[in-house]
Design a protein around this ligand. Structure first.
Ligand code: HPA
Length: 273
């Protein structure tokens, strides 16, 4: 794996002079953030050695280098999902590369179904913890000791410091940032009513089909993570409506402005620290 990472890093660093401080993964329908980036380079995933190619409608695949709110960023425009058929190693390979590029923190967005009855569509939820429902862990197999420990600690999967900054920033921006526990489900089928009820019963606040593999790999490398879910649908007893990918994208658009401002302002705070 180290050879593959190095090969990819060599390719990328020959193509951009930007040495990013923060990595950002843009989830479903949240691509509007890129309009706010002073872009230096856009590298299509298809050009990058060892990168898989995204397949799902609504996800373009580019690695974007530039500045957001005067902060050097590398942005994954489109991510790889387990449900597309990639292995867990493929899903998380870009996180290895971002860390190799020298980022100090990773900021992730995703779309998720709200199972906390206090949530409404369009809410943003800072993820404070997760429960892994994927059938496989991305760290299964031989450990690469140069990257991290065999048995990595997961006591602080989401950085308390970044969560504090996010909460204060949302308050300054004038909206309520919800928080809660993300259930990472492999998908691609949405959950049944009984499954939503079960996930709520065991402590979940929202459920989605990404993020958990990336966070495990980031924490393996001791990379601090902030992750925010856009609540695109609500699934609580008495309100089990039919889900569709199109609805999810519409709802994500609703929340996009708040999310873009949140991420951008957080980077401004990080510039000062
Ligand atoms: N379940 C799983 N993934 C999702 C959902 C959901 O209800 N909404 C958006 N992504």
């Amino acid at each position: 794996m180290l050879n593959k990472i190095n090969e990819t890093l060599e390719y990328i660093t020959a193509r951009t002079r930007i040495r990013p401080t923060t990595g950002i993964i843009l989830g479903t329908g949240l691509g509007g953030l890129t309009e706010h980036i002073e872009i230096s380079q856009t590298i299509p995933y298809t050009d990058i050695p060892n990168f898989p190619t995204p397949t799902v409608e609504g996800h373009s695949g580019n690695l974007i280098f530039g500045k957001l709110n005067k902060h050097r960023v590398v942005v994954m425009q489109g991510r790889f999902h387990y449900y597309e058929g990639y292995s867990m190693q493929e899903v998380t390979f870009p996180i290895r590369v971002l860390k190799g590029l020298g980022i100090h923190q990773l900021m992730i967005s995703n779309a998720a179904g709200g199972i906390n009855p206090d949530f409404i569509i369009g809410d943003l939820m800072a993820i404070t913890d997760h429960i892994n429902l994927f059938p496989e862990n991305p760290l299964r197999g031989p450990n690469e000791d140069k990257l991290g420990l065999r048995f990595p600690d997961m006591s602080e999967p989401y950085s308390k410091k970044l969560l504090g900054i996010a909460e204060a920033t949302a308050q300054n921006l004038g909206f309520k940032l919800q928080n809660g526990i993300y259930m990472g489900n492999p998908g691609p089928s949405f959950e049944t009513p009984a499954e939503y009820t079960f996930y709520r019963t065991i402590g979940g606040s929202a459920v989605g089909m990404s993020t958990v593999p990336e966070v495990i790999v980031a924490r393996h490398m001791d990379l601090p993570v902030l992750a925010v879910s856009v609540i695109t649908n609500i699934a609580v007893p008495g309100n089990f409506q039919k889900n569709s990918h199109v609805d999810v994208q519409d709802a994500a658009k609703l929340a996009e402005k708040n999310l873009v401002n949140l991420f951008s302002e957080i980077l401004g705070v990080l510039n000062k620290s």
